[in-house]
Design a protein around this ligand. Sequence first.
Ligand SMILES: [Zn+2]
Ligand SMILES: [Zn+2]
Length: 897
Amino acid sequence: MNKKEILDKFSADPERYYNVNLFEDQGFERKSCKKCNKYFWTLDSERSNCPECSDDMYSFIGDPPTSKRFDYTQSWKEVESFFVKNNHTSINRYPVVCRWRDDLYFTIASIVDFQRVMGSKVTFEFPANPLVVPQTCLRFKDLENVGVTGRHFSSFCMIGQHSIPNDSGYWKDECVNLDFNLLTQQFGIDKKEITFVEDVWEGGGSFGSSLEYFVRGLELGNAVFTEFQGDLSNYKTLDQKIIDMGAGLERFAWITMGTPTAYDCCFGPITEKLIQDAGIDADSSVLTPYFTEIAKNLELCDDLSQVRKNAIKSTGLSDEQINRVITPLEGIYLIIDHIRTLIFAISDGALPSNVGGGYNLRIMLRRIISTMDRLKLKFDLNEIIDIQIDYLKNTYPELENTREDVKEIISIEASRYDSSKQRMQKIVSKLDKEPNVSDLIRLYESDGVTPEYLKEMKVISEIPSTFYAKLSDLHQSKKQKEQLSLPLEGIPDTELLFYGDDPREFDAKILKSFENFVVLDKTAFYARGGGQEPDHGKIGDCEIVDITKHGNIVVHEIKGNIPKENDTVSCKVDSKRRDGITKNHTSTHIINTSARSVLGSWVWQHSAFKEEDHARLDITHHSALTDEDVVKIEQTANGIIEKSIPVKIENFDRGTAEQKYGFRIYQGGVVPVKSVRIVSIGDLDIEACGGTHVVNTSDIEQIKITRTKRIQDGVVRIEFVSGDGAKEFVKKKQQDSESKEKEDNLREQEKEKRLERRQLAKERIPVISKSLLECKQGTVTIDNITMELAESGKANFCYSTSDDYDDVFHIGLGEKLCKEDPKLVYCGLFEQGEKVRVIVYAGEEISKEKSAGEIVKNISEVLGGAGGGSPKFAQGGGTDKSKKEDAIKNVKSMIIQ
Ligand SMILES: [Zn+2]
Ligand SMILES: [Zn+2]
């Protein structure tokens, strides 16, 4: 649907769509802009243009239209007290990490808080009606503008005023009335300054009229009246009409303060401090005209660098002023803005990484660091975080709890960037041409080089607009496994017995049977889901192969003679398997909460898998786990088991559960049903979960972590066993270590014996040598030493490869034998640790032809090593113990043929 068409249609009938009581009562005039033809409502008879085409644009800078001055914190207090006074409930902000929506990573508007997606339908769940909320919203679309334009933020507070028109809520008249009174009564803005502009909103199949309200060209808020569904030719009124008024708190503060930029009044004392630390002369007589020009130009032109050039030209700033004031100020604003966003995101459990929304956070931190480098600003990030949280906690007290966690994550990420920068520099220096989009994706995916870095290094001039879309396409495909389409029309929902008495034997009626599948009227077999593997067991005589859930119908895949429809069958759950899975499942809750308490608040379940005899839990964490981490997590988990804590299961309306327990309940992801099953282990762990659980933590008996592994950036896998599995694991480990101990003992004894034999051998050198020399022909072996005489009578060869001898022995015996027999070559091989050593002697006569040094070289080569020496004595060795005999054979052929 075309927005313009809707607007034309609605503006053609202003009485029906736009005229509210306030306009009548106060005498607002409806006018059409002389420049752009847009319709607007005003009390100022002089005004002929819409606010975005008027000359008074941004004239509040340096000259605010209010008698009162409110900074960011005070502005919220004013807004809140006004709406509370007018019967609204003020609710706390929702997390910026949007855990309740599959399609959004971050919360981008206050209305998102209350949207729940069920199938293809969006429903609204309001914890109160009417209500007001200071919702922190993250938007990364305009990062380039942040710090430069004076009004763009990567995160901002959307004042959400929401109402459903029923007994307690209201519709258009009351809404516009309230917004008008907020501006005039609470903020003291003259009513002639306020202009309402006609507009429309459409999205997700619904649409409605809206009134944007402006003061001096600054859009403060937009009241959207979501009223219809369908398309323009055929639409009807929604069952649930909704008022979605969103206003920027930062702009409310700015209009009352009239500072050169919104940044000057929205970050608290940190801005002033950093400006002073950097030694910038922030003279408002220079800044006010400059930023006013920026704001005006931005309405006329999209190209930011052109906007900047125009503003510099029309205010006549010198290069000196730009370099010493404007550029460093832009950097400071950017740094403060980005850190504020990181504070919210990390506090709510997001981690910088190379995937999903984590990528935006990583990019922001890198922008902070490279801005500091570029401008040679030396700020202490921890100090900035502290001062910001001190200020923000006036509105968001919960940030105090995660102060240290935010510092820890940011410092880890910053030091990681330092080391990756050196690596990236190396890769970039090897690039020989400007990379195209596929090069950029490869550089990012395999080398971790971000396009932002390449832009910073001036390798590319712009990040191609298709880069992020292509990147996310690459990662999208793995998302969902397609489900079989089965003939299930008209079959009623299956009654789930495992949520009730959970009988392990029961009778059920076959409602449908086809191929290898049966559907029962009720079942106690748990279907694959939530990372929990399906039950096994028997339906009649058939073994169960798999069980899946299709909507609310459980389908059993079986093998054997498939029972007939309408038969009643007796069913039996494999209890041993179910108990194993149940213990492992409950253990994932326990390990998850243990990991969070040991590691930090950023730990969330990323995914989980629970089988009968093993399980794994993937958690979000910045680094691989250390041995110490693992020991602590295991101890904490077993502590929870020892405390015998009852596991409580309750059903709640989803909205009630969220309000009561917060969004931590969504560890396993979005719950697409209105009633949620809350599983709580004392107050240690409270999750929405549909799996099977033990009654008391003591039933698990024991948890043992078997292995951990970093499986992707920001995600660590913990593999574990519990119950009998844990006991078996411990027993096996003990046996392994016992048998290892036995082996070690044997080896030690062996070594001692060998040493003893080697000791004794030395004393026997004279006896052995005498016996060997008595050999006059052929071969003789004495104590594993062999003497072979050549038939020619020209050479004799004596050798041993026995480990009963050491170097002292071989040196002693070899020297003695060769002195007695000038034609003898003596060769001793023996193992020493990981090596084989070799000692060779050659007698006076034979050494002239067969040098000991050459022989050692030859043997050492065969053994995979090296050696050498003189003609009469040499030594060497190698590492290949299997080649000892080969080496001897080789040498023997050299000497006696
Ligand atoms: Zn206009
Ligand atoms: Zn569970």
